[in-house]
Design a protein around this ligand. Structure first.
Ligand SMILES: [Zn+2]
Length: 194
């Protein structure tokens, strides 16, 4: 029996930063995206996917461009930060150094935080790269109110815009000619039991 490693399916064991992406089943996502396009011929299917991603990229760039220029972080990152800052205000902290400390919540739970490593034992910090409420409590203790040095550059509006600045070229498949090759048939398949 083939056993998948826990890091491939368990959030607690995931290696790296997810930046809020959580896809439970790739087949479900593909089916939801393709919908009726699944009935198309392969060339039309590819054309439809191409145009859909091109349009999606255009709209994302439009959204990123319309973001307020005075803001540094994407709306998603700002909302997360606000949520975490509210939690941070109710905690207390004892620092070991400028980067390490123990944060205590009102319910007496304690969370070791390492600002240099970007970790907290609650694991929320590692999930998105955005300091969790505990880490923000520690940042406030050593840095005042400036969270900027602890935020990942990937969540800036500048990076958001840059991600979608270049788009796919336009492709027109209506006048494509059939190549003089031998016909390509689909593979022989067997209908499985059940
Ligand atoms: Zn935490």
């Amino acid at each position: 029996m083939l056993l998948a490693e826990p890091k491939l399916w368990a959030k607690a064991h995931f290696v790296g930063t997810r930046f809020g992406h959580d896809t439970s089943n790739v087949v479900k996502s593909v089916n939801k995206t393709l919908m009726l396009d699944q009935e198309l011929l392969i060339l039309q299917l590819l054309d439809s996917l191409w145009n859909r991603v091109m349009d999606l990229r255009f709209h994302r760039l439009k959204l990123a461009t319309s973001a307020h220029t005075s803001e540094k972080w994407t709306p998603w990152a700002r909302a997360k930060l606000q949520e975490h800052c509210l939690l941070a205000c109710t905690n207390s902290v004892v620092m070991r150094s400028n980067t390490q400390g123990i944060v205590k919540q009102l319910n007496s739970n304690v969370y070791p935080v390492d600002l240099e490593e970007g970790t907290c034992s609650c694991l929320v910090y590692q999930e998105n790269g955005i300091p969790c409420g505990h880490a923000i409590t520690a940042i406030f203790a050593v840095q005042g109110q400036d969270i900027t040095p602890y935020m990942p550059d990937i969540l800036t509006i500048k990076t958001w815009k840059k991600t979608y600045t270049s788009n796919f070229p336009l492709v027109n498949i209506t006048n494509l000619q059939k190549l003089p090759l031998s016909e390509c048939h689909p593979p022989l398949t067997r209908v499985p039991c059940g």
